[in-house]
Design a protein around this ligand. Structure first.
Ligand code: NAD
Length: 412
């Protein structure tokens, strides 16, 4: 089976062929501009020493500095960072954001480190990476990192350089020059892009049955937004538990229940549900908001939903994607559906550079407008090329913008 990097690269070649992208540009984008791997020695609380593998990949800086993504997870490897950096380049370009794709991180399990060990590891990542600053490469948060991690990384960067430079790191807290709206940007964006897609196919939101895999930062905020819009969220599955209710779940109550009980289990008036059952359940909208590669061809054969909204990165394999499109399922692809956070990072940078900070309403409205516009442009591109796949529309638009920048710079 193809891995994530092979699938993303194949998708790029497919889009490049349809979009008639200059072959020299495609060759340039087939591998990252820069990829670095390094080792971080760390003194543990008990006095022992450990060494952690770390990486940073900058896919292309044709449109602007590479940005985003510092993942801390046990199995992280260089190929995963390369695939994610390519996807970030596409996500930025599809959203008309003047940035390239960056992704990196550390192979470590944050849950197995003490708070102090974790802080020292985040700070050491910046010392050993030696990022070249806000005009070159800007790390942001990803799985395993949050606002606090990014605050430590920014502080470390500023300690080293001796300059205050809030735009050197993204996803930092507002008090250090970050932006409002960080926690909810992706989850609300998922709903907003879904809404734009639903309008295009005259899909009625009121009473629509929604099933969501993942109830973390993205899945829980999206679930609240679906419910607020009149949809019925009938199923939610997390890593260790899942619940189904024919008449719809009360999302706020479910969040309170998990807070108190530590899992979704035994939420009143619900039945347990597994991941497989959730994917095959009788819903109108399916939202994978947890892991990549979960909707395989075998799973896709059982999907009953009319709309698939990819909140997670690359949750659908290319084979499953083709099968679902042929069955008439509308797929709202990851590079558009979960782009709320990249638009927010762009606003974070704009505010930081201008030293002028915006209110929550301005940020919310800007995010919605940018996301909806990107979706409409990708859908138009797909239509122009007589494609069912809005994903290919987004990738073609993105590659065309990167191509224009590469040619203008005289690189090809
Ligand atoms: P999170 O860690 O807050 O939540 C992850 C959720 O997935 C949890 O509810 C967890 O229980 C669930 N999960 C994990 N393994 C599972 C399994 N085997 N079966 C079912 N559920 C499982 O993460 P998040 O920030 O909500 O991100 C979710 C996805 O969205 C990730 O793929 C991430 O890369 C992607 N994404 C996140 C953002 C963002 O801004 N947070 C932006 C773009 C993409």
């Amino acid at each position: 089976m193809e891995d994530f990097l092979e699938q993303s690269t194949r998708l790029m070649h497919q889009a490049a062929e349809i979009g008639k992208i200059n072959p020299d540009v495609v060759e340039l984008l087939s591998a990252p501009a820069r990829a670095t791997s390094f080792r971080i020695p760390l003194k543990m609380d008990d006095g022992s020493s450990r060494v952690f593998d770390a990486h940073r990949v900058c896919h292309t800086d044709a449109l602007g500095p590479t940005r985003d993504g510092t993942r801390i997870s046990p199995d992280l490897n260089l190929d995963e960072c390369k695939a994610l950096a390519l996807v970030m380049s596409i996500k930025h370009a599809a959203g008309r954001i003047p940035a390239g794709g960056g992704k990196g991180g550390i192979a470590a399990d944050p849950g197995k480190l003490s708070k102090h060990e974790f802080e020292r590891l985040c700070r050491a990542y910046i010392r050993y990476l030696r990022p070249s600053g806000p005009d070159c490469d800007v790390p942001g948060a990803d799985v395993g990192t949050d606002m606090q991690s990014m605050a430590w990384m920014l502080d470390e960067y500023e300690q080293i350089t001796g300059h205050h430079s809030p735009v050197a790191v993204n996803d930092k807290p507002p008090i250090l020059g970050g932006t409002l709206g960080g926690y909810e940007a992706t989850g609300l964006g998922v709903f907003e892009v879904f809404q734009a897609a639903a309008e295009q196919i005259d899909f009625k939101l009121e009473g629509a049955r929604v099933a969501i895999q993942g109830f973390g930062q993205v899945g829980s905020v999206a679930a609240q937004a679906f419910q607020k819009a009149g949809c019925k969220v009938i199923a939610i599955r997390e890593i260790d538990s899942g619940v189904y209710a024919e008449e719809g779940l009360d999302i706020d109550e479910l969040l309170k229940h998990r807070e108190k009980e530590g899992s979704l289990e035994n939420f009143p008036n619900t039945q347990p549900i597994t991941n497989e059952e959730l994917f095959a359940c009788d819903c109108d909208v399916l939202v994978p908001a947890a892991l990549q590669g979960v909707i395989t061809k075998e799973i896709a054969e059982k999907v009953k939903a009319r709309i698939l909204v990819e909140a997670a990165n690359a949750p659908t394999t290319l084979e499953a994607d083709e099968l679902l499109l042929n069955r008439g399922v509308t797929i709202v692809p990851d590079v558009l559906a979960n782009a709320g956070s990249v638009h927010l990072c762009q606003m974070e940078r704009t505010q930081g550079l201008a030293d002028d900070y915006w209110g929550a309403e301005t940020i919310s409205e800007q995010r919605r407008q940018r996301l909806v516009h990107s979706y409409q442009q990708a859908a138009e591109c797909a239509e122009r090329h007589q494609l069912k796949s809005v994903r290919l529309g987004a990738w073609i638009n993105a590659l065309k913008r990167i191509e224009e920048a590469v040619i203008a710079r005289g690189w090809c």
